[in-house]
Design a binder for this molecule. Structure first.
Ligand code: NAD
Length: 431
């Protein structure tokens, strides 16, 4: 099939390359001309495992092209995907301006029947707005489909190529059948293609992210209760996970959720519900718990040190989660700012996010070349992101390098009793 994907960010690029991998002819469009110029040379501005190889291979085989001209890309394509950002407004709502701008541009460029698919995460009612926007600008026939994307950064290619489900919101059988055909190779393992109305499809995405955010905040709350009573959240978690009604996924406590999706999607869901007359009380609590949890690690440091003035803190991890360079809404931002405000100094190491971190912190913190470099002369180590390479360090080497062997672990990477044997003062979450 001939496809155009507008927006070449974490979602658009994976979607475009993923469709090309199954033999489709894909043009990816972005208004950022530099991004397109680099992509044409096989250079990506984001880090996502496996993506560069996928892009380069499909480009070499001429199934994947890049363009900054939306009009030209649209002419030949049957299906047009909108995968641009829907960032948070000042009042918490999803900013739809990019989506609607693209809808208008698409409408002006179409030259026959097209299926316009919203991949971006958009509030309920957006399909109607896209339909109206396009309808005002063109006489050609078109269908609007809502096809939310559930991939997660760090495992985006696998999630897209082998989804748990494909959700298609459509009120039009011609468009539905096209999308069903397009997704057939992705669902050979039996994952369902769920056809529903656009409103339900749009809400499915927000409900899923809100549920995951709720699990995170719920477990963080349980972890905090564990600390009050000397209980071990790992034991509690395992007992909960063995209950098939609960299951083991997403039960890990930590320092709060971040990233470009959970925070903004929880807020947007609350906002569009409240505008229509319903206050999401559970989600209010989910957010409150998350905000408090982001302070948890620094509170532990304060309790230990009294004052952080002049303390050298080594930081492992900056990205909002492992296997990405993305720092949008990363808990590390709150943690770094709090330590700096209290007069501490930071030497940070992240396997991929240094470039993104420099945009946020500039030279206010220092950057180490490796995890051991970061701990040299440190008064304490704070673990913020659970990159695999942090999981089995050489503890005796660390002890020798650090000024004081103290670890504040926001991701519960190590065994509490082993840390005692290794000679560390060790603080983690809920244990
Ligand atoms: P992103 O910020 O990484 O990428 C968006 C891209 O769209 C940018 O390259 C930008 O230049 C481009 N763009 C903006 N306006 C444009 C226009 N008018 N014409 C052409 N290009 C334009 O965003 P993302 O993380 O890929 O997210 C995109 C959407 O997908 C959001 O709605 C997000 O909520 C949703 N989503 C994201 C993820 C994720 O893990 N990042 C997962 C599922 C869904």
């Amino acid at each position: 099939m001939k496809l155009a994907v507008v927006g070449t960010g974490y979602v658009g690029l994976v979607v475009g390359a993923g469709f090309a991998e199954y033999g489709n002819d894909v043009v990816c469009v972005d208004k950022n001309a530099d991004k397109i110029k680099n992509l044409k040379r096989g250079r990506l501005s984001i880090y996502e495992p496996g993506l560069e190889e996928l892009v380069v291979r499909n480009q070499a085989e001429k199934r994947l092209r890049f363009s900054s001209s939306l009009a030209r890309a649209v002419k030949d394509a049957q299906v047009l995907f909108i995968a641009v950002g829907t960032p948070q407004d000042e009042d918490g709502a999803a900013d739809l301006s990019h989506v609607l701008d693209v809808a208008k541009e698409l409408a002006r460029a179409i030259n026959g029947y097209k299926v316009i698919v919203t991949k971006s995460t958009v509030p309920v009612g957006t399909a109607v707005r896209v339909r109206e926007t396009v309808g005002r600008e063109t006489q050609y026939p078109f269908s609007v489909v809502s096809n939310p994307e559930f991939l997660k950064q760090g495992a985006a290619i696998d999630d897209f190529m082998r989804p748990d489900r494909v959700v298609i919101g459509s009120g039009d059988s011609r468009a539905t059948e096209l999308l069903r055909t397009l997704y057939a190779p992705f669902t050979r393992t039996g994952a369902p293609i769920q056809i529903m109305d656009c409103a339900s499809a749009e809400l499915s995405k927000y409900a899923s992210n809100a549920m995951l955010a709720t699990r995170v905040s719920f477990m963080n709350e349980i972890a905090n209760v564990c600390e009050l009573f000397g209980a071990d959240v790992d034991k509690v978690r395992m007992a909960m996970a063995a209950d098939r009604r609960i299951g083991p996924a997403f039960l890990f406590p930590g320092i709060g959720y971040g990233g470009s999706c959970f925070p903004k999607d929880v807020k947007a869901l609350m906002k569009f519900s409240s505008v229509s007359g319903y206050e999401c009380r559970i989600l209010e609590a989910v957010e409150t718990v998350n905000e408090c949890q982001k302070n948890r690690l620094v509170e532990k440091m304060q309790n230990y040190f009294g004052s952080l003035t002049g303390k050298k803190i080594a930081l492992w991890g900056l990205s909002f989660k492992p296997r990405t360079d993305d720092m949008r809404e990363a808990p590390s931002v709150d943690i770094v700012n709090a330590i700096l405000e209290m007069g501490g100094e930071i030497l940070a190491y992240d396997p991929q996010a240094e470039k993104s971190a420099r945009v946020i912190f500039g030279e206010r913190i220092s950057y180490a070349k490796g995890s051991y470099d970061a701990v040299v002369g440190a008064d304490a180590l704070a673990i913020v992101t659970e990159w695999n390479e942090f999981r089995e360090p050489d503890f005796s080497r660390m002890r020798a390098l650090m000024k004081v062997p103290v670890i504040f672990d926001g991701r519960n990477l190590f065994d509490v009793s082993q840390m005692r044997l290794e000679g560390f003062t060790y603080y983690s979450i809920g244990r």
